[in-house]
Design a protein around this ligand. Structure first.
Ligand code: ADP
Length: 181
């Protein structure tokens, strides 16, 4: 599924984010930027050790929840990896929604600052961090759509969803947003 926001396109696809040819791919990192399971592990495995070496050198203090940092992409097809830290879900009373929106927003800002015309996101926080996917999808899409309405770039934002249930949740959330517009 895809929608146009002015001259920009938002795409929802199933797939593996490490294989994307967008200018930047986004990593669902942890605040230590120490590598891990899920998307994080897959990106470091496929991209090789230079990504972690650059992360350690440039951001030894790590990255706060809701913030993002950028590195090169090693052996990946993409040019950059944007490492962002989504919130751990703990019931919804700890500003999780605000922090999740901020993770998308800061990633998009870094993409634009670094001249990226296209960026690929995984479904931040909905794996090990247990954010309910229906809620996360709404926040992710609302944040991306309003960023594109205001900034008119990046030209392509692609959500690369790893499995069919996650893809279906994003399709449903996007349909709901479009009907309410
Ligand atoms: P978090 O810790 O932010 O929850 P995870 O990496 O555990 O991040 O999971 C986030 C989402 O990314 C989950 O839906 C998971 O299935 C998915 N995922 C895992 N590996 C990949 C991959 N290689 N490409 C795209 N999505 C992936």
């Amino acid at each position: 599924m895809e929608v146009k926001i002015g001259t920009c396109t938002v795409e929802l696809v199933t797939g593996d984010i490490t294989r994307q040819d967008s200018d930047a791919i986004v990593n669902a990192a942890n605040s230590r930027l120490g590598g891990g399971w899920g998307v994080d592990g897959a990106i470091h495995r496929a991209g090789g050790p230079s990504i972690m070496a650059e992360t350690r050198q440039k951001y030894p203090q790590g990255c706060l929840t809701g913030d993002a940092v950028i590195t090169g992409a090693g052996d990946l097809v993409a040019q950059y990896v944007i490492h962002t830290v989504g919130p751990v879900w703990s019931g919804g009373q700890r500003n999780e929604e605000e922090k999740l929106a901020s993770a998308y927003q800061r990633s998009l800002e870094l993409a634009v600052e670094n001249g990226c015309g296209s960026v690929a996101f995984p479904s931040l926080s909905t794996g090990a961090y247990r954010y309910p996917v229906d809620l996360a999808a709404g926040t992710a899409l609302n944040t991306v759509l309003s960023f594109l309405e205001k900034n008119h770039q990046p030209k392509v934002v692609r959500f690369v969803l790893f499995d069919d249930p996650t893809h279906a949740a994003y399709v449903a959330a996007l349909r709901k947003i479009k009907t309410n517009c």
